[in-house]
Design a protein around this ligand. Sequence first.
Ligand code: 9WN
Length: 426
Amino acid sequence: MTDQFDTDRLDGAARDILRCNDRGGYTVPNGRVYPFQWNWDSAFVALGFATFDRERAWAEIETLFRAQWDDGFLPHIVFWQEDEGYFPGPQVWGTDREPVTSGITQPPVAATVVRRLWDGAVAAGEGEAFRPRAEALFDKLFAWHRWFADHRDPEQRGVVVAMHPWETGRDNSPEWDAPGESIDVSNVGEYTRRDTGHLNAKMRPTKLEYDRYLALVQYGRAQGWDHAKIATGNPFKVADVGMSMILLRANRDLADLADILGCDRSAIDVWIARSEAGIGWLWDEVRGTWCSRDLLTGRHSGFVTSASLLSFYAGLSNPRKDAAMLAHIERISARVQFLMPSLDPDDPGFQMVRYWRGPVWAVVNWMIGTGLAEAGHRRWAERVRGDTLALIARKGFYEAFSPIDGSGSGGDDFSWTAAIWLAWST
Ligand code: 9WN
């Protein structure tokens, strides 16, 4: 598949992007638009580094966990240095921590990545050298996953409840439109966005969406970023299908790591069992899809998004539901040139370049493709991988891509896109 591309040149370009965005132990997603360390970006970035610099790959995750809070919480942004280029910056978050961080988290892909880093070290005959680092990271990953169980599943349903659209990593997905209506934006006040100064506003969330993002930040700050209080009174509580599938997968990988390292896996098994028993709550029988569900109203979003297709990655297997999801892929594949659009192209709200309302994201494709391959759906797995590589080879290392014509959306020279290229092409 990769033979049709100038792989050597593109591998070199991808490595250059990671080196250029390296700020010394951590990597910024894009130097202009996102000048700090982001949580799930760093996890994916480590997959890229692992293809040419194992030491640097481990350091990426270790640096991220240096910002972990005492209760296990792992923030979505770490503000290691000042930079005026991004809003909202550290003063707006007001978490009053050292290092300065945001007060919300992001999809927990890190355990899955550490599991892969470990396998890579063992394959290279360096398992024993990396064992102490794997053990140290295991404890931190375990504490983060326990934090999810304690604070992001208030009804103990085996799902992950997002308290902010930014936590899901899919900021302006239409899944948050109806739940967002209950957020009072009347007191948000004036603010100046930076994203629309760097990028075409057509590719970004709207003013109303930003008002909601800011209102939720102000709410969390008013609670002193006490996550127990936030889980009780937050005006936005949505069981996110993406984070729920990702955490289930991450817990399976963490349990494997426990076995490998000789650690106790009993609590992890409880979390896995709870998810396996409860995640069916996110199946929308009417629409025939996995999707997010508002905890406050009980309503399913009803949207088919790229996150709906992470059930395979989560290791879920149900012949009827799997067949329904494969039928969605088949239908969608006839409507777009490049899989996997972040929103069903048959949805009236589909927009080919507006962020999480249409564009293809390499990192989500990596998870979808990995899951499909593991579940034995090789044809679709290869299609998703091939489309991802083709988009990058033809258009460049963009943040995201139009599924219709492949045009780049968002920032260029993007770290996680470079990382996925390396992880999938080599
Ligand atoms: C807010 C860094 C991040 C990604 C998210 C993506 C976008 C931030 C923003 O960029 O979100 O966290 O300001 O737009 O949606 O998934 O981690 O690349």
